[in-house]
Design a protein around this ligand. Structure first.
Ligand code: DOR
Ligand code: ZN
Length: 347
């Protein structure tokens, strides 16, 4: 039985770091585990220019713990008003590793997002030409669509037509949550890849309601059925390089989680790699862990894997930690679902 594993240091291909005191409080958790991360641009106001991205990058670097080499990889928030020539100029100085599509109103801080995909066609034209990837939050916002179907409907209504019009645009379908999305990605060529989160590998929608409504299990896209989770586990552990880890770790103050209109987002950075390792172990696929966490994403983004390693061990007793911590005056809760966690980072 495997009780210890050493892998190339992972990267997080989808991360929310926020800013200010929250950034300072959450960054050490990520920097301890991950070599690099694709940093989401949905600040308020969002990161929409090279200058804003560069300043934000500097603030992240300044917030790193002593001795950390963690490298933030910046992204640009796509709006209806994004100028294709700005993206071309940004590309020339390698300012962005991806451009993020949030359908307006789909999730946290997405109010400035895209209201119709056709509005950004000139930008996508340039991105396809230059090979810069589009990172996609794949949900429709139509209030008539069942919230559990939003991802599946997005594939039909947005992704399939988009792919037809831009056959060589690099697309990262972020945080997959349903079997339909897994099957869609499997069906595509190398221009379409996907990230999968630790929490969608662990949760189903039951967890949102187990023992009473639980906002700490609420994120968008929302967790789905057992069958969907099974498809996600199979995709993640399949060794197919189209699928790689993006934690979507998304911290919110407890006061914003524990209220009417609780914010969407799960702060999983501290337990992320442990849960992913545990899922791979339980699926009997530990040898495939490293590809998913440390190799496939880097390959897609045209980067080399990290030069160092991490080691995880399996404990006899569940991992325990202070599940609450302070970010300035606020408190934040760490992802701690019903399923006990046995794997932890030791080195
Ligand atoms: O649950 C989510 N939280 N989903 C997202 O897409 C955004 C994120 C956030 O920024 O809090
Ligand atoms: Zn996200």
């Amino acid at each position: 039985m495997n009780t210890e594993i050493t892998i190339i240091r992972p990267d997080d291909w989808h991360l929310h770091l926020r800013d200010g005191k929250m950034l300072a409080a959450v960054l050490p958790y990520t920097a301890k585990i991950y070599g690099r991360a694709i940093v989401m641009p949905n600040l308020m106001p969002p990161i929409t220019s090279v200058n804003e991205a560069e300043e934000y990058r500097r603030r992240i670097i300044a917030a790193r713990p002593e001795g950390s080499n963690f490298e933030p990889l910046m992204t640009c928030y796509l709006t209806d008003a994004t100028d294709p020539e700005d993206i071309r100029a940004a590309c020339a100085v390698k300012a962005f590793h991806a451009v993020k599509l949030f359908p307006a109103g789909a999730t946290t801080n997405s109010d400035n997002g895209v209201t119709s995909i056709k509005n950004v066609y000139p930008v996508l034209e340039v991105m396809q030409e230059l090979g810069i990837p589009l990172s996609v939050h794949g949900e429709v916002v139509d209030p008539e669509v069942d919230i559990f179907d939003r991802e599946a409907v997005f594939i039909e209504k947005v992704l399939i037509p988009l792919r037809k019009d831009f056959p060589e645009l690099k697309i990262i379908f972020e945080h997959l949550t349903c079997k339909k999305a897994v099957d869609y990605v499997l069906d595509q060529d190398e221009f379409t890849v996907a990230t999968i989160t630790p929490h969608h590998l662990v949760l189903t929608r039951n967890d949102l309601f187990k023992g009473g409504m639980n906002p700490y299990m609420y994120c968008l896209p929302v967790a789905k059925t057992f069958e969907d989770r099974k498809a996600l586990r199979e995709a993640a552990t399949s060794g197919n390089e189209k699928f790689f880890l993006g934690t979507d770790s998304a911290p919110h103050a407890c006061k914003n989680k524990e209220k009417e209109g609780a914010f969407a987002g799960i702060f999983n950075a501290p337990t992320s790699i442990g849960y992913v390792t545990q899922v791979f172990e339980r699926c009997g696929e530990l040898p495939r862990l490293e590809g998913f966490t440390s190799i496939f994403g880097a390959r897609f983004y045209g980067l080399s894997p990290n030069g160092s390693t991490i080691t995880l061990t399996k404990r006899d007793e569940p991992v325990s930690m202070n599940w609450l911590f302070k970010a300035g005056e606020d408190e934040v809760k760490i992802f701690n679902p019903d399923t006990p966690l046995y794997w932890e980072l030791v080195d």
